[in-house]
Design a binder for this molecule. Sequence first.
Ligand SMILES: [Zn+2]
Length: 97
Amino acid sequence: MNKTQTADALERRRALRAKTAAPGSCQCGDVSGVQCAWAGPLAETVLVEWMPEYLRASHVAAGNAGMWPYNGAQRLRCERSCADNIVIESDGWAKIV
Ligand SMILES: [Zn+2]
């Protein structure tokens, strides 16, 4: 291994460490399928309870949406503006808890 390769390997390890050391990242990607770039302290996130689309019809048929965690809803830690978007776009199937 020459010096350049060693430096590359070190840089890669440093980047990896920086990522895992980040206090938190937003979980909005679980809903949208696209992970946003936000990372920050837990205090800047809110907990969103979101019902996956494939479960909604059965809850409508049952006449109620049940209670987390038994109803299949997912709880996600999201940055505030992402959480607001999820609530707006879910048309009543997501709320901040
Ligand atoms: Zn997000």
